[in-house]
Design a protein around this ligand. Structure first.
Ligand code: C2G
Length: 156
């Protein structure tokens, strides 16, 4: 699809950057010739009830170094979207459909698109599988203690 001279903006936390985030940004980059990503600050994440593993600085640096991203700005409050859309002369606001309908007020200023999310991947899921991966199964601990007991007896 030929890229019209369009500026696209999106917002997100992008914690523990994963393929779902990448696929979203790739699709957004295809919709125009300039992609702006507003990365949620740590303080704003607290407002969203999200605890980030990775700091704003590192999340912003990762996003800023993606070839399809032209500009990274901080997202510090809910109300900044109208201001951003006007300031950067945005043509399209796009975000995952988990936000369906939440930003329709922007239709007065630009196109609003809710995009299908990538299935079976999320930061929450990654955190859960990571903690499962790092926990030692109980039976392994019991077995290790039994071996320890045997070794202790041998040494007596
Ligand atoms: N995403 C996706 N597929 C996934 C996970 C995330 O397409 N499996 C998309 C989300 O829909 C969103 C972007 O990746 O468009 C960033 O996701 P989050 O970091 O979870 O963003 P969120 O916390 O929803 O922040 O003001 C808007 C908020 O800041 C959005």
């Amino acid at each position: 699809m030929e890229k019209k001279l369009k500026t696209v903006i999106t917002y997100g936390t992008f914690d523990m950057f994963h393929i779902g985030h990448l696929r979203m940004l790739q699709r957004l980059a295809e919709m125009g010739n300039k992609l702006i990503v507003a990365v949620s600050s740590d303080e704003f994440n607290a407002l969203k009830g999200k605890k980030c593993l990775i700091s704003y600085e590192q999340r912003a640096e990762i996003i800023g170094n993606l070839k399809m991203v032209d500009l990274v700005i901080p997202e510090t409050h809910w109300e900044q979207k109208v201001e951003d859309v006007q300031k950067y002369d945005v043509d399209i606001f796009a975000i995952g459909d988990d936000w369906e309908g939440k930003f329709d007020f922007l239709k007065e200023f630009c196109e609003v698109k809710y995009m299908e999310r990538t299935k079976d991947i999320s930061t929450t899921q990654l955190k859960k599988s990571l903690s499962k991966f790092l926990t030692i199964p109980k039976e392994d601990i019991i077995r290790a203690l039994e071996v320890l007991e045997i070794l202790k007896k041998d040494l007596e």
